[in-house]
Write a protein that binds this ligand. Structure first.
Ligand SMILES: [Fe+2]
Length: 380
C-alpha cells in the first residue's frame, strides 16, 4: 500500500475551495479533511492550491518536438518522452495528443505528409511499456480538405483507444481561414510563397475541397462511431455550421470563431472549448472572437492549451479571477474536459477519483507547479 498526504492546502473541490488535506492511497483519493493540521508523514503544502490534474483535449505540442525546426526530424521516442515530461511539469495529467489524419501528397512545396498511424503506434507502445509519466490518449484531427483522409482513417480501429475525432475543414475562405489577409500571412510565412504561388495554392485547395469535402466529412463522422470516440467540431463560424455539428453528434466545439457560433453551441448543448493562448494574449492570433469575451458572456466551458502547454493552468486561474470563483475557473481544465470525453474517474478532487493531483502556487497571474501526482505517484 502506498499513501501520500497533502496537508495544509487550499483544496479546489468541484464547487468550492477548502483549507484542508487529502489522502491518496493505491492510486485513488481516499480521504478529504478540513483544517490546517499537518500529520508527521504528510507533505505541508503551506496553503498552496491543490487541484485535480489538468486534462488537455487538443494540443499539437508533440509536433514541435518531432520537428523542432522546419524540416528537421527528431527521433520520435525522444520527442514523445520530452513532450510527456513537459506536460507533467505544467500540471497536465491526461492528454489527448492531437494527430492530423488527411494529408496532401501532390504538392512539392506545400505538401504535408502522413504521420498519425506511425506516431500513434509509438505513443501506444511507450504507454504499454509504462514509460510515460502522464496518461496519453489519441485525438485524431480529421482534415476534410486533404487527399488521404479515408485511407488514413481506415488504418485505425476500436483497439487504438482513440478518444476524440475532430472534424476540421481548413479550406481557404471559410471558418478559421475566412479572412484572406490572415490566411496569406499564415501560409506565406509557413511556406515562403510569392503572391502568385499563394493564389495557386488557394485555388488548388478550394478545388480539392469541392471534390472531397462531403465524402470526407461523412467518413470522419463514421470513423468516430467506429472507434467509439467522441466527435468534436472545429472552427464553427455560423449558426448553420453549429446546426450541422449538432446533427453529426458533436459533443464539444473546438474554437468557435464567433460569438454567434458559441451561442448556438449553447442552444444545442455542445460544450464550447477555447484556447488558453487566446485568453492570455487577450485575443485570437487569427482574428477570431476573443476567448475572454465568451467567458464574460458565459459561453466558455472548456479551455485547451492548443500550442502552449503551460498556458492551461494560468488561463484557468485567470478565469477564476474573472468570474470571482476559483473552482469554476479550474473546472474548465479538469471537470469539464473529463465530462466532454466521458472520463468519469478523473477531473475532480473527490473520494474514489483517480489520485491525479497537482500542487500549485501563484506568481502573480502565473500558476507555478510545485508537484504533479498521477495515480498517487509523483511524476513532476
Ligand atoms: Fe483550425
Amino acid at each position: 500500500m502506498t499513501e501520500t498526504i497533502l496537508a495544509n492546502a487550499t483544496l479546489v473541490l468541484p464547487n468550492e475551495t477548502l483549507r484542508g488535506s487529502i489522502v491518496m492511497r493505491d492510486g485513488c483519493i481516499a480521504a478529504i479533511d478540513s483544517g490546517t493540521s499537518v500529520p508527521p508523514q504528510a507533505i505541508d503544502c503551506d496553503g498552496d492550491l491543490v487541484l485535480p490534474g489538468l486534462i488537455e483535449l487538443h494540443t499539437d505540442n508533440l509536433e514541435r518536438h518531432i520537428e523542432p525546426r522546419p524540416k528537421v526530424a527528431w527521433p520520435h521516442t525522444a520527442a514523445i518522452l520530452a513532450h510527456d515530461a513537459e506536460l507533467a511539469s505544467v500540471g497536465i495529467t491526461t492528454v489527448f495528443d492531437a494527430l492530423r489524419v488527411g494529408s496532401v501528397r501532390s504538392k512539392a512545396k506545400a505538401n504535408y505528409g502522413e504521420y498519425a498511424r506511425h506516431l500513434a503506434d509509438e505513443i501506444i507502445a511507450l504507454r504499454r511499456a509504462g514509460s510515460l509519466r502522464i496518461n496519453h490518449l489519441i485525438h485524431l484531427r480529421a482534415e476534410v480538405c486533404s487527399e488521404t483522409l479515408i485511407e488514413e482513417l481506415a488504418k485505425f480501429g476500436p483497439e487504438d483507444g482513440v478518444g476524440i475525432v475532430s472534424l476540421m475543414d481548413h479550406t481557404p475562405g471559410q471558418r478559421q481561414f475566412r479572412h484572406m489577409e490572415q490566411l496569406k500571412n499564415y501560409v506565406c510565412g509557413k511556406h515562403g510563397f510569392s503572391d502568385a504561388e499563394f493564389l495557386d495554392h488557394i485555388a488548388a485547395q478550394q478545388d480539392l475541397s469541392a471534390r472531397v469535402a462531403a465524402t470526407h466529412e461523412a467518413a470522419a463522422v463514421a470513423g468516430a462511431r467506429r472507434f467509439g470516440a467522441v466527435l468534436a467540431s472545429h472552427d464553427d463560424t455560423t449558426t448553420d455550421h453549429v446546426a450541422r455539428s449538432a446533427e453529426q453528434g458533436a459533443q464539444f466545439a473546438e474554437f468557435p470563431t464567433t460569438e454567434n457560433a458559441a451561442r448556438a453551441c449553447r442552444d444545442h448543448g455542445i460544450a464550447v472549448m477555447m484556447g488558453a493562448p487566446n485568453l492570455i494574449r487577450g485575443g485570437s492570433h487569427s482574428g477570431n472572437v476573443a476567448a475572454r469575451a465568451l467567458a464574460e458572456a458565459d459561453l466558455l466551458d472548456i479551455v485547451s492549451s492548443d500550442y502552449v502547454p503551460s498556458s492551461l493552468l494560468s488561463a484557468a486561474l485567470m478565469l477564476g479571477d474573472l468570474w470571482g470563483d476559483t473552482a469554476r475557473g479550474i473546472a474548465t481544465v479538469t471537470d469539464a474536459p473529463a465530462k466532454a470525453t466521458g472520463l468519469a474517474d478523473r477531473g475532480r478532487i473527490a473520494i474514489g477519483q483517480r489520485a491525479d493531483v497537482i500542487r500549485v502556487t501563484r506568481i502573480g497571474g502565473t500558476g507555478a507547479l510545485r508537484g504533479t501526482w498521477v495515480a498517487d505517484q509523483r511524476v513532476g
